[in-house]
Design a protein around this ligand. Structure first.
Ligand code: EPZ
Length: 417
């Protein structure tokens, strides 16, 4: 297992380009199952989760060729319809093969994902929506056995605006007979990216990016030719890094509209953020102001930035109240930050963060993807040396993160444990 060693306190300077978005690339790759032909996906980040979905689709019979950030899929000969437990438990986004397989082949056997560090994360709404489209789904020995002669359009109201649920149902509805209406749908930019790609494949979709999406089913789709949007969470992570170190960095490739809630809160905290063409200029303040955040589905403050923002608030000038409204257990990073001298008290889904003058370097352990990113941010700002262990969590969602930070002047390296 690798660990990352950071000598903190260096102010970050210079430019960095964000990679393609993991949470857009994953559903887009699953969407290639919807039709045969040669699919070409560009700007796909090189991440562990992308390796996992490549293995999964290959096991279903797809032929995949990767060259850097180019990801080509030939889904002509899909001859297996099973997403096994040992794959799904390592990456829950594997359940996104359910909708496409059902829509195109009328069958799928997908393991229930099981628990996750940040919460139970059930997929009951995916199942409920697919059944509304006419699928018959039985649970057998931890697997969902799904069948459908032909999916037919339906009006589906989602109890919560689930991102994955919206994506699964959006993909399934493209080939269903008739119209599907998704109400209380997720509005995340990754949904809009997927919808644009599906429309490019010949799907008829209106309203993506709003809470009501209309899909008119078509008989068949054409191969995908698309470029993945930039990763807004990676961009946000770099913005917080600059804010913590009185840094002055330029982030290229980010889409500021995807980050409005975060930018508003960073500005409240005293961070200077300017848009210069497709570059975001971020300058950290001499003193960070403490601000409160509540995570919400898009366009609210993103839950995937909660841990990173908490890292910033550990050095705020006052008290910050951070409320996590999306997942029930997404404070795993708190006890690790406390080891570095952070003053944080948890009360249910709320964390009270009293700013301290400076964090102190220490050995810490990552528990999930965004928690590991927040610990790297703490290490970059802390005095002395921080060791972040179990960085395989980081490798799931950040491409060459330590290399990018090194280019910005950080004293950071990766070593084998
Ligand atoms: C996606 O997960 C992202 N993952 C997550 O990013 C992100 O945190 C999350 O959306 C919220 O924005 C990918 O896109 C691959 P949800 P997803 O379904 O789709 C409940 C990261 O760090 N729910 O919107 O699994 C669920 O329990 C990862 O990159 C149900 O109750 O999230 C949760 O409380 C972490 N029933 C809430 O909805 C369901 O059927 C949001 O989950 C589905 C979800």
């Amino acid at each position: 297992m690798d660990k990352i060693i950071i000598k903190g306190g260096k102010s970050l300077k210079g430019s960095v380009r964000v990679s393609g978005a993991k949470n857009s690339a994953l559903p887009l790759i699953c969407a290639t199952l919807l039709t045969s032909g040669a699919h070409r996906l560009k700007n796909v980040p090189s991440l562990k989760d992308i390796d996992t979905v490549e293995k999964l689709l290959t096991s279903l019979g797809a032929v995949i060729v990767r060259d850097g950030h180019l990801f080509e899929v030939d889904a002509n000969n899909i001859n297996c319809f099973e997403a096994p437990y040992d794959v799904v438990r390592t990456m829950r986004a594997s359940v996104l093969v359910l909708g496409p397989l059902l829509a195109r082949y009328g069958r799928a056997k997908v393991s229930l994902p099981g628990g996750c560090a940040i919460g139970a994360r059930p997929i009951n709404l995916h199942i409920k929506g697919l059944e509304a489209l006419g699928a018959e789904i039985e649970l057998e020995q931890g697997y969902l056995n799904a069948r459908a002669k032909k999916l037919r359009g339906a009006r589906i109201h989602l109890d919560v605006p689930t991102v994955g649920g919206t994506e699964n149902l959006l993909m399934a509805a493209t080939l269903a007979k008739g119209e599907t209406i998704l109400e209380n749908a997720a509005c995340e930019p990754e949904i809009t990216d997927l919808a644009y790609a599906l429309i490019g494949m010949g799907a008829r979709i209106e309203g993506a990016g709003t809470d009501t999406i209309h899909i008119q089913g078509v008989d068949e789709l054409y191969p995908l030719e698309f470029s993945v949007m930039p990763d807004r969470i990676e961009a946000g992570t770099f913005m917080v890094a600059a804010a913590m170190n009185r840094g002055d960095i330029r982030i290229s490739g980010a889409v500021s509209e995807h980050l409005d809630a975060l930018i508003a809160k960073l500005r409240e905290a005293g961070v200077e953020i300017k848009e210069e063409d497709d570059v975001l200029r971020v300058k950290g303040p001499r003193k960070v102001e403490s601000v409160n955040i509540k995570t919400r589905p898009f366009p609210g403050f993103p839950t995937d930035m909660q841990a990173q923002f908490m890292a910033l608030m550990t050095m705020g000038r006052g008290t910050s109240v951070i409320t996590e409204n999306v997942f029930e257990n997404r404070f795993m990073h708190v006890c690790e930050m406390q080891r570095m001298g952070a003053n944080i008290t948890i009360d249910g889904n709320t964390a009270i963060v009293q700013g301290v003058k400076r964090l102190k370097g220490a050995p810490v352990m990552a528990t999930d993807l965004r928690a590991s990113a927040s610990l790297v941010l703490c290490g970059l700002a802390a005095e002395n040396t921080t060791e972040v262990k179990r960085v395989y969590h980081l490798d799931r969602g950040y491409e060459n993160l330590e290399e990018k930070f090194r280019q910005l002047g950080a004293d950071i390296c990766r070593v084998q444990e």
